[in-house]
Design a protein around this ligand. Structure first.
Ligand code: FE2
Ligand code: FE2
Length: 301
């Protein structure tokens, strides 16, 4: 076995790690717009030479708005996925039922927290930032796929949040403490979700032939491509908001848009694809599946 995760121990760690919304952000608390909100390792906004430092910070904050929006969207399809997975097994192992329902409850809390941050962002930022959606339509598109493919996408997302927090402490020089706390607290609970989702993926893959697993990997790529298209559209929205906020057109807009799309590909897809624990799950499903995903990963770096 490539891991020693189990429902009982993970539920116990989850209950110990739990926090309340107000511990992270009270409903009336304001973000600090004099600071960056995203770590440079994810936002890559300090790398945009055609912007001055003030404009780079504005773009960094727009990238934080994107983070809140994208996580809002993904958490909204994780929740029904978990409930669908829990319902048929409600009379099974009690630890499993409680662990999965607690996982779902925490994701509902994360949706609430990301909305609260989003509201604070909207209160403090000078212009409206458009976001892709509606989230129901994105969720419906993702959830129509093979549950194993969806489970793998979710597992990738759970592990990627681990890399995000580590990225945010490593590069932190000027981060808004509240945004840093969002990353920290999300990381704490997601660490347990990643274990549970590993167990869910194991269960969904059980008894599948190599060919059936390969088919699920095709669908994993379909979902990845769909999300990536969304990130491309979002990169355009982000630059629209930047131009509005700074009151000028960016002369090399196409180049900046491509660079920011690439930063998002790394943040929301690539950093999960290359996570060693995600790769370990793929390897245990099928070395061929692991190889296919490893070969695609450099495009998302
Ligand atoms: Fe979450
Ligand atoms: Fe999660």
């Amino acid at each position: 076995m490539y891991h020693d995760f189990n429902y009982e121990a993970t539920l116990a760690s989850s209950l110990r790690a739990q926090w309340q919304l107000d511990d992270v952000l009270r409903a009336d608390q304001e973000l600090d717009f004099s600071r960056n909100m995203m770590p440079e390792s994810l936002a890559r906004t300090a790398a945009v030479q055609s912007l001055n430092p003030f404009e780079q910070r504005v773009l960094n904050q727009i990238s934080a708005h994107q983070y809140l929006s994208i996580f809002g969207v993904v958490e909204e399809f994780i929740l029904p996925f978990l409930l669908d997975h829990a319902r048929p097994a409600l009379r099974g192992d009690d630890w499993r039922v409680r662990a999965v329902l607690n996982f779902a409850g925490e994701e509902a809390k994360h949706i609430h927290l990301f909305k609260r941050f989003h509201n604070a962002f909207v209160r403090g930022f000078p212009v409206e930032c458009q976001m892709i959606g509606p989230s129901e339509a994105i969720g419906a598109e993702v959830l129509k796929h093979d549950p194993l493919a969806v489970g793998l996408v979710i597992l990738m997302i759970e592990w990627m949040t681990q890399a995000h927090y580590l990225g945010s402490i490593r590069d932190d020089t000027d981060l808004d403490p509240l945004f840093k706390s969002l990353m920290l607290n999300h990381w704490k609970e997601e660490a347990q979700h990643a274990k549970l989702d590993t167990l869910i993926v194991d269960a969904l893959a059980e008894g599948r032939t190599e060919e059936q697993i390969d088919k699920a990997i095709d669908e994993f790529f379909d979902i990845g491509g769909f999300l990536d298209n969304g990130l491309k559209v979002q990169a355009g929205f982000n630059l629209d908001a930047l131009e509005k906020a700074i009151g000028r057109k960016i002369e090399n807009r196409e180049e900046v848009e491509a660079q920011q799309h690439q930063a998002a590909r790394w943040t929301y897809i690539g950093s999960g694809m290359v996570h060693e624990r995600f790769r370990a799950t793929l390897e245990s499903l099928s070395p061929h599946a692991a190889r296919r995903i490893a070969e695609a990963a450099p495009a998302f770096a």
